[in-house]
Design a protein around this ligand. Sequence first.
Ligand code: IMP
Ligand code: MG
Length: 176
Amino acid sequence: MTELPLERVLFTEEQIDARIRELAAEISEAYKGRDLKLIGVLKGSIFFLTALARQLSVAVKIDLLAISSFSNQKGTPGVVRISKDLDDSIEGEDVMLVEDIVDTGFTSRYLLQALASRGPNSLALCTLLDRKTRRIVQVPVDYRCFEIPDRFVVGFGLDYRQLYRNLGFIAVLNVS
Ligand code: IMP
Ligand code: MG
């Protein structure tokens, strides 16, 4: 048995769906008349990305990248590298980085810097979850679905040792 007990549901499937619709309406309004390229970060953000993309009324392109993050001996995060790059150039395009969660901020800051250096017309950050209490580096979050408390969560793309990504809801996992 590899699964751990889920402590409580933070956001139900219905709550997530409703919030994504709200956010998609906001984004569609902001990008009216433009094409928007959504960039997903494998594997966590693809559930959110596809759900969001389906609700957008602007023309949407999609590209994906994958990252590896390393911790030092003290368990401090911060070293990130792109292990699978985008298929296409983003030069001159309106680009939105789609994240599963912004926690310490290291991953999003690194990716935003990497993408900015490729000359997009605009660059925004959209995240399913925002855990502001653990932020170490500042990143501009343009769109977020939910702010969450300092507890480890799984579901809707978020994993614990690669499990639980397929849950339709978001739950607190008891890792202690
Ligand atoms: P960062 O600390 O903002 O760089 O976030 C790094 C990554 O840690 C995220 O993209 C997630 O993959 C992972 N992560 C952070 N918090 C959680 C959590 O509560 N559940 C599952 N993954 C998490
Ligand atoms: Mg991730």
